[in-house]
Ligand binder design. Structure first.
Ligand code: PBG
Length: 331
C-alpha cells in the first residue's frame, strides 16, 4: 500500500512543490536567468610573442602576449562572451608606474590588436598603478604613504592612453578619491566623451585577491591596501563611495569581491538603480577550481550556482574568470 493515500492526504490549499514538478514547469517560473551577454572576462596581457603561461593558482587562466590575447578573445567570442577586461604585466616597473601610460605597453597594444582583429567585443581596461610600480602600491608613495592627488594624475594618464588606443570602457580600480571625475574630465577634453567609465566603487580590502597578485605580480612590497580599499565590515560607506562615483560621472558601478558582498550588491542596486557590476575575483575562482579538481565539489554546478547567486543579488554585469566556461553552459 502506498504510504500516502487519499485518506491520509493533508488538506493544503498551497503546495509549493506543484511548480517544481518538471523541467518545463521549473523553467516557467525561474526568477533569475543568466545570459552570456552579462559576462565579462578578465585577461592578463604580458610582453613577448606566442606567450601563453598558466597562472599556478588559477587553472585555466593565462598570462597572454598580445597575439595570444587576440586568439583568446576570438575564442571567447565564439563561446558567446562579448566583453573583456584587460590587465597589464609590464616587464619594467618604476616608482611612478610610468609603464601604465606607455602607448607601446601590453594593454595599449592589446586594445589596438583586439579592436583591429575581433569585431563586436567590448574592451574594458583596468586602471591602477599596482601592476606598474616597483613597490606594488596602487599609487605614488611618499614617506610610506600613498598620496592621493599625485596618484590621480598618473591614473588619468593611464586612462587617457587606453582611450587613445581604443578602449570602450575605462575601469579605475585604485580607490583614490576623485579619480572618476578627473578621468571623466580628461577624457572629455580630448574628445573621448563616448568612452564609458566602470568604476570599482565599493572595492574591499580582501584576502580573495591573492591569486590575482600572483598573476599580475602586483603584491605590495611593504604595508597593505587598507588606507584606500574598504573595510569588509562596512556597507553604508559603500553607498557613499558609489554615490560619489556616480556624481563624478561613473556609468557603471562595481562591487568587488562578489560572493562575500552579496548584500552590498543588493543595497547598491536598490539604492541607485545604476548598471551594477560584480567582480567574482581570483580567490573566489581559485577556491571553486581547487575543490573541483580535488573531487570535493561538482564544479560546473557550483560555478552556475555562484553566478546565479551574484545575479540574483542584483548584479547586471558579472566579471569572472569563468566567463568562457559559463557562456558555453548557457549557449
Ligand atoms: C588592482 C586590481 C586588483 C584586482 C583587480 N584590480 C588587485 C588588488 O587590488 O590588489 C583583483 C582582481 C582579482 O582578484 O581577481 N589593479
Amino acid at each position: 500500500m502506498p504510504v500516502q493515500t487519499r485518506a491520509t492526504a493533508l488538506t493544503l490549499t498551497k503546495r509549493l512543490r506543484r511548480l517544481r514538478t518538471s523541467p518545463a514547469m521549473r523553467a516557467l517560473v525561474q526568477e533569475t536567468r543568466l545570459s552570456p551577454d552579462m559576462l565579462m572576462m578578465p585577461l592578463f596581457i604580458c610582453e613577448g610573442e606566442g606567450v601563453r603561461r598558466e597562472v599556478a593558482s588559477m587553472p585555466g587562466v593565462f598570462n597572454l602576449s598580445v597575439d595570444e590575447a587576440v586568439l583568446e578573445v576570438a575564442a571567447a567570442k565564439a563561446d558567446g562572451v562579448r566583453g573583456v577586461l584587460l590587465f597589464g604585466l609590464p616587464e619594467k616597473k618604476d616608482d611612478i608606474g610610468s609603464a601604465a601610460y606607455d602607448p607601446e605597453a601590453p594593454v595599449q597594444s592589446a586594445i589596438r590588436a583586439i579592436k583591429r582583429e575581433v569585431s563586436g567585443v567590448l574592451v574594458a581596461t583596468d586602471v591602477c598603478l599596482c601592476e606598474y610600480t616597483d613597490h606594488g602600491h596602487c599609487g605614488i608613495v611618499v614617506d610610506d604613504e600613498i598620496v592621493n592627488d599625485a596618484s590621480v594624475e598618473q591614473l588619468v594618464r593611464a586612462a587617457v592612453s587606453h582611450a587613445v588606443a581604443g578602449a570602450d570602457i575605462i575601469a579605475p580600480s585604485d580607490m583614490m578619491d576623485g579619480r572618476v571625475g578627473a578621468i571623466r574630465r580628461a577624457l572629455d577634453e580630448r574628445g573621448f566623451e563616448h568612452a564609458a567609465i566602470m568604476a570599482y566603487s565599493a572595492k574591499y580590502c580582501s584576502a580573495f585577491y591573492g591569486p590575482f597578485r600572483d598573476a599580475a605580480a602586483s603584491a605590495p612590497q611593504f604595508g597593505d591596501r587598507k588606507t584606500h580599499q574598504m573595510d569588509p565590515a562596512n556597507v553604508r560607506e559603500a553607498l557613499r563611495e558609489v554615490e560619489q562615483d556616480i556624481e563624478e560621472g561613473a556609468d557603471i558601478v562595481m562591487v568587488k569581491p562578489a560572493v562575500p558582498y552579496l548584500d552590498v550588491i543588493t543595497r547598491v542596486k536598490d539604492t541607485f538603480g545604476y548598471p551594477t557590476a560584480a567582480y567574482h575575483v581570483s580567490g573566489e575562482y581559485a577556491m571553486l577550481k581547487a575543490a573541483g579538481r580535488n573531487g570535493w565539489i561538482d564544479e560546473p554546478r557550483a560555478m552556475m550556482e555562484t553566478l546565479t547567486g551574484i545575479r540574483r543579488a542584483g548584479a547586471d554585469i558579472i566579471i569572472t574568470y569563468y566567463a568562457r566556461e559559463a557562456a558555453r553552459v548557457l549557449a
